[in-house]
Design a protein around this ligand. Structure first.
Ligand SMILES: [Fe+2]
Length: 194
């Protein structure tokens, strides 16, 4: 087999994740343990994300769908942070893996009964991978670590994340409010091109 380049990296990642969720079924710990090195490999080289899915918005962070499993067992998104952009405090309700492709991000973690008081803090630099889930800690607030350039992370979630009913939390009271994130894009990248 020839060396993996360009969008073939995304294709190989999708193939490996499809195998993994098929074999692991509901074994979330296994999916996170074995998915982590797969995502680390994907974000280790920054030559495969098409420009259309790397575009920041002037005001808000953007979430582009790169792939959704036909059975909605997992989805892959590019999360594009403009300078200084941040999320509200939010949950996911499903497992997730976060790998930094470009730049860096900073996250504050919250316990379900302690929002809006942060329990911990984590910085993720390029190439690093972190996990979230209701089992291991699911509520956080994330921001671009840089005020002067774009950061991009690649996320994998255990559902069609753009359609999942989840929550944002008031930064003063911690009160939850329902939200569904959706996606910024109408078309998908073609990982079969290279
Ligand atoms: Fe998140």
């Amino acid at each position: 087999m020839s060396a993996t380049t360009g969008t073939a990296r995304l294709r190989h990642f999708i193939t490996a994740m499809t195998r993994l969720v098929g074999e692991a079924e509901s074994d979330e710990a296994r999916i996170l343990a074995e998915g982590k090195p797969l995502l680390a490999e994907l974000v280790a080289t920054d030559d495969w994300l098409p420009e259309a899915f790397a575009q920041p918005h002037p005001v808000h962070y953007r979430q582009y769908l790169l792939h959704c499993d036909p059975l909605e067992r997992f989805s892959v998104v590019s999360f594009v942070w403009g300078p200084g952009q941040r999320t509200p405090i939010h949950d996911h309700t499903v497992w997730g893996l976060i790998g930094v492709l470009r730049g860096a991000e900073e996250a504050e973690m919250f316990a379900p009964d302690r929002v809006p008081h942060a329990e911990g803090h984590e910085r993720l630099d390029t190439g690093m991978v972190a996990a979230v889930s209701p089992r291991i800690g699911d509520i956080h607030r994330v921001r671009n670590a840089f005020e002067d350039h774009v950061s991009i992370s690649i996320h994998v979630y255990g559902a069609n994340i753009g359609a999942v009913s989840r929550h944002v939390f008031d930064t003063t009271t911690g009160a939850p409010k329902g939200f569904v994130s959706g996606y910024a894009n109408d078309t998908l990248p073609n990982p079969w091109r290279d």
